[in-house]
Design a protein around this ligand. Structure first.
Ligand SMILES: Cc1cc2nc3c(=O)[nH]c(=O)nc-3n(C[C@H](O)[C@H](O)[C@H](O)COP(=O)(O)O)c2cc1C
Length: 206
């Protein structure tokens, strides 16, 4: 029996039911993080669209890393990584470090003009182009299909002061954040429609 077809016939929802992996990547747009790591004199950088904040106290951040990534080897060995967010103007670099591998001998920092300093707390490269970066100490590696969910405790935060307004929200008129749609499409934030909802707006009459 075709279960998905059966489900589709039983509902009047406008949504179409299909089996995975059709539209699996439909959750985009979202931000793409840039992950760095270093170990034994080696360092590397790659893109990661799969990332999330996990805890406030202690602050924790997670990233899904394919076990075949060169970066994964560095993270597993050093038990440390950094997560960065880069402005729209650096979208090409974000795409480039996600489509080349250190396994092929590429020094991505040199090739894509990425300057970095050492972390404040950990031996991790911190990219100068970022408006935000977290230094993370690995506290767990959870196997999830073909990736591992790497859980890091955030031990230092780097931010570009002029990128944030008085409410500590990213000011996209000064520093354009970027969202990623998939298939190498990036869009600058700050030009679109925006609303600041009050509690009454949120919880008032529908
Ligand atoms: C937009 C974008 C998002 C990506 N997201 C992830 C991700 O979340 N996890 C992952 O393991 N690889 C992801 N990749 C793929 C890696 O960045 C890519 O395989 C990279 O070449 C790995 O580099 P390395 O082998 O030098 O570590 C993404 C690539 C792009 C372009």
């Amino acid at each position: 029996m075709d279960v998905t077809r059966d489900l589709e016939q039983r509902t009047d929802s406008p949504l179409r039911v299909s089996a995975p992996p059709e539209r699996f990547f439909g959750y985009y747009p979202g931000t793409v993080a840039v992950v760095t790591s270093a170990h034994a004199g080696e360092r590397n950088v790659m893109s990661a669209g799969w990332h999330a904040a996990l805890s406030i106290d202690p602050p924790m951040y997670g990233v899904a890393l394919g076990r075949q990534r060169y970066t994964y080897e560095l993270v597993a060995a050093s038990r440390a990584f950094a997560v960065h967010f880069l402005p729209f103007e650096r979208s090409r670099a974000v795409a480039a470090v996600g489509s080349t591998s250190r396994h092929d001998g590429v020094d991505k920092f040199a090739r894509f003009d990425l300057c970095a300093s050492n972390g404040a707390a950990l031996d991790v490269p911190i990219l100068h182009d970022a408006y935000l970066a977290y230094e993370c100490r690995v506290v767990a590696l959870h196997e999830t299909g073909d990736h591992d969910w790497v859980v890091g405790e955030v031990v230092a935060v780097h931010h570009l002061p002029e990128a944030y307004d008085e409410r500590l929200l990213l000011d996209c008129h000064r520093v354009h954040g970027a969202v990623y749609y998939g298939r190498n499409r990036y869009e600058a934030l700050g030009e679109g429609r925006r609303v600041d909802l009050t509690p009454a707006d949120v919880l008032g009459d529908p």
